[in-house]
Design a protein around this ligand. Sequence first.
Ligand code: BGC
Length: 717
Amino acid sequence: MDLHDQAAITSGSDFWSSTAAGDVPAITLTDGPHGVRLQVAGAGDLLAGRPATCFPPAVASGSTWDPELLRRMGEALGDECRAMGVQVLLGPGINLKRTPLGGRNFEYFSEDPLLTGVLAAAWVQGLQSRGVGASLKHFAVNSQETDRMRISADVDERSLRELYLRAFQRVVTTAQPWTVMCAYNRVNGVYASQHHWLLTEVLRDEWGFRGVVVSDWGAVVDRVEAVRAGLDLTMPGPDPAGDQALVEAVTGGRLPAGTLALAASRVHDLVAKSTPDTSDGYDQAAHHALAREIAGRGIVLLKNEGAVLPLRTEGQTIAVLGELARTPRYQGGGSSQMTPTRLDDALTAMSEAAPGRVGFAAGGDEAVRLAGSSDIAVVFAGTEQETEGADRESLDLPAAHLELIRRVAAANPRTVVVLSNGAVVTTKPWDADVAGLVEGWLLGQAGGSAVADVLFGRVNPSGRLAETIPLRLADHPSYLDFPGEAGHVRYGEGIHLGYRGFDARGQEVAYPFGFGLSYTTFSYGEAGAVVREDGIELRLPVTNTGPVDGREVVQAYVSVPSSRVRRAPRELKAFASVPIAAGETAEVVLLIERGDLAYWDVRLSRWVVEGGPHRIEIGASSRDIRASLTVDVPGDEARVPLTADSTIGEWLTDPRGAEVLTEVFTAMAEGGLAGGLPMDSSTLQMLGSFPLGRMAMFPGSPFTAETLAGLVKRANT
Ligand code: BGC
């Protein structure tokens, strides 16, 4: 490939294709993530696509807490890509839900990096098992839509490593996605598309990423700087001016020829492993059924007073109220919006489940009358729109929906609300008026049937909140630092993202992270733990003590009470969604990986597992702990070398440093050299925060540059 070809294949040839050059054909990359949105050739509308299965968006699939389901979804998406001639599917989106107002929260899994990473890795493995590449996006810290093309997410190093990069790290190291998509925004002042540290030092050198870094569509500001930073493929294209700039930068000696050649060779390798042929198709009915299964498993039952649910198919009249029962909201707006192969609505599905017993009204006085004259009322309420490109302004349901809920609940005490929303809404205080509350998220094309499955108990709910529902927006840890101003958003809550922050302040929430009810009940037995080289293995018996088969999502949280750094009181470190038949006991086994116990040490610039007691809490949610135990974990070697800038306190808490320094102090005291100061404990306390080197500035001090250098050397050998 000559220089011109190299430059050309590092950008697209149109909106969705790479550039063919020499023997390198073009490949097709398309959105993503919850369905294949292959644009109809020549269609003016960017969002129009050929029909394909609209699986539940990540807000719902993330609430399943089940990597096995995500893997099957990835496989099915891979089959559809193969049928449509798509080589790379642009997903999964794994940015953390930093604020409940995030306009793209529906496309992201969770506020927790472990849950996000585990689910996304399974999705990627499923997709790529079909010979179709994933595009892990948006790398990195793209947790808001406001000013998304320019905003700088200003995040401290620990929060960046422990939260915002951690899910990416897990997916890259465990699933090797074929591509990673860089974000639009800046990270600590530098555009993600030209962030050498992010795209090369962290992603490739540290994590071992071997694929292609593709730009988000229009994210590249400067092609030469982007390629220099480690970006391989600029999309969309063509970009003749950028190609030319690259050629000139290489010939002018401003960009090493090897850097461009490497980017081109990575694109070449991506094309080489892609399968150009289309398959014969896929089983649409089977994929619809899978979409329904995942949707049913993603629904979260938040409230069920007096066992108002499940509904009965006979002997009960049911008023179905609200337009959303008939006209579902099943996906969000923007690049993931697609054309489904078919669309189920809850009204039809419920009418089929209970023939002749379901009445419907969209709203108004009619709706209230119908509720009053029926045995049970089910109100469908939800947000109006969540979309890429804009954050939400409020967590409240539209006033008309709140009004309908209020009036129906007054007319019928057996009222159930089913929500359709891409991100959480406030539920207090109105949910006190209703008997049942079902969080139905955006559920994809089979969501209507899935809602009926859960309402009638054909599916026993097992979805769990992957994000906290706060009482009020102002309670949220991100509240004071969102959406930023003057081009910067400061991640002021640091490591206390989502439930970590609510727990750290002991704040009340509407529904906690990890929460979700079932039509059955589970009891937890005593937990046992074995500390192994690779982590901590937990075992405990969980019994289904209720009348029906169900699934329990068992969650393990860890804290390190005597940590040398600030830690959240509770961090999710392992989980499992376990089917347990009525009356049966399952032996649940969870493995907490040793690496997940580590914090990022900013002084050592690496991960450190602290030695000592770790408290493990196992429960049905982050605030429903059923078993706890403390284990002793052997720590990593993590000594911070002493320097002249280390404080006297730091010297004295380090065993070797203390030895060396005590010797000196004793000699000083004996020689009357401490400037008249007795080196007793109160003096040492006063001087504890004093960098040792500053002692040299005191009159009569025995410390000189040479003696200090000698001490430092002795202390560190
Ligand atoms: C979005 C990406 C998407 C791309 C292509 C961008 O605006 O941020 O998520 O994959 O467009 O449609």
